[in-house]
Design a protein around this ligand. Structure first.
Ligand code: GLV
Length: 319
């Protein structure tokens, strides 16, 4: 039996699966596990099943000890994990791609609709108790049909968002570091462009790239200035891909029309400049938050940990 430490609450089915084979120590407090408690608990762990709220760095790996074999992140994004520190210690790192693709694309599209059709504004107005009535010019938004979606990062979630956009009658352009299967881009009638062209032609820019040094503040003042003044920015990827200061300024000055955000630079803090504005829809990192998806993520993380513990190749190693 190996010792498996789970750093936060995850669906019971995954805990049971781990418990069938191993000794599981799962944090079940209502708050996130504190750093000190985490460092203490991981001592002697053979596997760590981590949530994206926990930083898995050299300090944590060393606190676990040299017997540690696997860090199984319950997320597709793994910017909370120092992958090279894992590699240097012979620890396999894994994530949960695929199972959250549709849920996250749904939230991206939800934000596109919230921002372009001013849904949050409408809801806030009703709840405020203020008088309102139907009017020809009341809370007018922007239509999506015939407009262009620019997908930054055309992996699974970017493609799934593009598929939804196509169903809404949008044209697709995308920017991607890697070649995308031509049958997929043909099906979506999607045209590959560089970021400059994408920013210039898109009516909605949706971010789906991973976060890392190469994408830190990928969208800053200069990129926002390159967007159409009628365009919207949507971020369901990671907060620090966008320079929030610059975004708050662009939204306040209306150099872009609006934005929809599910992620923030310093979660759970939201930039105060954004909170004041009506032309930004704000969600609390809900991309993968469905019962089905979170269960599938936890089960995949459990499968990843179990495979490594039994000396097998895990289903989703981080490349
Ligand atoms: C959620 O943000 C994830 O990366 O899975």
């Amino acid at each position: 039996m190996s010792r498996v430490v789970v750093t936060g609450r995850i669906p019971e089915a995954a805990i049971e699966k781990l418990r069938a084979e191993h000794d599981v120590d799962a944090w079940s407090g209502p708050e996130s596990i504190g750093r000190e408690e985490l460092l203490r608990r991981v001592a002697g762990a053979d596997a760590i099943v981590s949530l994206l709220t926990e930083r898995v760095d050299a300090e944590l790996l060393d606190a676990a000890g040299p017997q540690l074999k696997v860090v199984a992140n319950v997320a597709v994004g793994y910017d909370n994990i120092d992958v090279s520190a894992c590699t240097a210690r012979g620890v396999v790192a894994t994530n949960t791609p695929g199972v959250l693709t549709d849920a996250t694309a749904d939230i991206a599209f939800g934000l596109i609709l919230m921002a372009t059709r001013r849904l949050g504004e409408g809801e806030r107005l009703i709840r405020s108790g203020e008088a309102w009535k139907w009017g020809m010019f009341f809370l007018l938004g922007s239509s999506l049909q015939g407009k262009t979606l620019g997908v930054v990062g055309m992996g699974g979630i970017g493609q799934a968002t593009a598929r939804r956009a196509k169903a809404f009658g949008m044209e697709i352009v995308y920017q991607s570091r890697s070649e995308i299967d031509p049958t997929i881009t043909a099906e979506l009638n999607a045209r590959r462009v560089d970021l400059d062209e994408l920013l210039a032609v898109s009516d909605v820019v949706s971010l789906h790239c991973p976060y890392g040094p190469a994408t830190h503040h990928l969208i800053g003042a200069e990129q926002l200035a390159a967007m159409k003044s009628s365009a919207f920015l949507v971020n369901t990827a990671r907060g620090p891909i966008v320079d929030e200061d610059a975004l708050a300024t662009a939204l306040r000055d209306r150099t872009i029309a609006g934005a929809g955000l599910d992620v923030y630079e310093q979660e759970p803090r939201v930039h105060p400049g954004l909170l004041e504005l009506d032309n930004v829809a704000l969600l609390p990192h809900l991309g993968s938050a469905t019962v089905e998806t979170r269960t599938a993520m936890a089960m995949l993380a459990a499968d990843n940990a179990l495979a490594v513990l039994s000396g097998e190749q895990p289903p989703a190693p981080i490349a």
